[in-house]
Unconditional design. Structure first.
Length: 276
């Protein structure tokens, strides 16, 4: 990186380094992060006192998920690929199509594969998500499989920002209605999934209480009140994580609440305010 540098804080222990005069000298647009436009090359680095240092795997994972995911999939994908490349170079897995995650060769008496994924619950280590051989073709159609900081395993499709829980993507059943036989939440092999109810609901049908005084409206209001300035995508994502539902379904239901005038929250004075 040439010229004078500028350090833009991301957190107490991380920052972005960029060219201080980049915009003045006409460097090409790079990306927008936290409402700040960056041009030219940028670096994500750790901060230790008054010195720069390397990022830990945990920091890389958090930046990729919480910062880059909000601002642009392309940069987040590039960061993830750099973390997965050693897995491929070691011959443990291979890339298929547009899927970011490496996949292992078939193994076991009942064939299954390992999908490698960054796990923020293990300080950003590369963990193993297990899927049955019969489901591998569906996995290869995805853009990414990711593990959230709350432990949920989600999928992203090519060309879409919305997410769907992996268990729902594979089984069309909600996570609250399944158990993992071996208590491994990353094992989605068919023989390891126990369905807790006999009939799986039709796709797109969840538990939505459409009354103003219902539990669903209360949950949505709490999500809005937490950050009234959030955008629509952020609200959909938050509600989807809370209800463990596909984002497409949540998006549709929130629009129904909006038409009924029920998207809002009670402020500190107890007055109802519609969310804009």
């Amino acid at each position: 990186m040439e010229g004078y540098i500028q350090a833009v804080p991301l957190a107490a222990d991380a920052c972005i380094i960029c060219n201080e005069e980049g915009k003045l000298i006409g460097l090409p647009y790079n990306t927008r992060i936290l409402n700040e436009i960056f041009v030219g090359n940028i670096l994500f680095v750790g901060v230790a006192g008054e010195e720069f240092c390397s990022l830990t795997n945990e920091q890389i994972s958090l930046i990729a998920e919480r910062v880059l995911n909000r601002e642009g999939n392309s940069m987040r994908i590039r960061v993830a690929r750099k973390m997965y490349n050693p897995v491929v170079e070691a011959g443990q897995g291979a890339y298929y199509g547009n899927l970011v995650n490496p996949i292992s060769e078939s193994m076991g008496d009942t064939p299954y594969r390992i999908v490698f994924a960054i796990n923020p619950l293990k300080s950003g280590e590369i963990d193993k998500v297990l899927v049955s051989e019969e489901d591998v073709d569906k996995i290869k159609q995805l853009r990414e499989i990711a593990i959230y900081p709350n432990g949920n395993v989600i999928t992203r499709k090519i060309g879409k920002n919305s997410t769907t829980p992996l268990v729902y993507y594979l089984t069309k059943e909600y996570a609250r209605y399944i158990e993992h036989k071996n208590d491994n939440p990353l094992d989605f092999r068919r023989e390891n999934i126990i369905f807790l109810r006999k009939e799986t609901p039709r796709e797109g049908v969840g538990n939505w209480d459409m009354r103003f005084g219902g539990a669903t409206r209360t949950l949505i209001s709490l999500c809005i009140r937490e950050n009234p300035k959030q955008n629509w995508y952020e609200l959909v994502k938050k509600v989807a994580e809370m209800k463990n539902c596909p984002m497409d379904e949540v998006n549709k239901k929130l629009k129904e609440f909006q038409k009924l005038g029920m998207l809002g929250y009670h402020n500190e004075k107890g007055v109802w305010e519609k969310w804009k």
